[in-house]
Design a protein around this ligand. Structure first.
Ligand SMILES: [Zn+2]
Ligand SMILES: [Zn+2]
Length: 119
């Protein structure tokens, strides 16, 4: 299971508040609401700030991808990458060397991102 981490400073608040390793995004957001009210006087988080917060929540887990999930039958899998970026960098090498793709087209990349699993 991924863990969810958030720091107020990531959305420009200089208060030192952080939540580490919450079990779910909802759990993290519930705690953040309490903090927003108590420390920032925000009784309800406006949607634009909520979006910004969600974009800055970091998922910490092991990243997994298999070519089979995007219809490639080459048997290739990556397990245990530390970040989505690491996984995509490694996948770029595989795409180039095994599939002859010098760069991954945007639509394929979107499909890949949808099929990356975090465990
Ligand atoms: Zn704060
Ligand atoms: Zn492949």
């Amino acid at each position: 299971m991924p863990k969810y981490t958030f720091k107020c400073e990531d959305v420009g608040m200089d208060c030192g508040f952080e939540i580490k390793n919450a079990g779910t995004e909802d759990e993290l957001l519930e705690m953040l609401k309490i903090h927003a009210k108590s420390s920032h006087g925000v009784t309800s988080i406006p949607p634009d700030l909520l979006n910004k917060i969600k974009q800055n929540i970091k998922k910490v887990g092991k990243y997994y991808f298999s070519c089979a999930s995007v219809g490639m039958n080459c048997g290739f899998e990556i397990m245990g990458a530390q970040s989505e970026q690491e996984l995509l960098d490694e996948l770029a090498v595989h795409a180039k060397m095994s599939h002859g793709m010098s760069s991954i087209p945007q639509d394929t990349l979107n499909k890949i991102k949808q099929n990356i699993k975090v465990m």
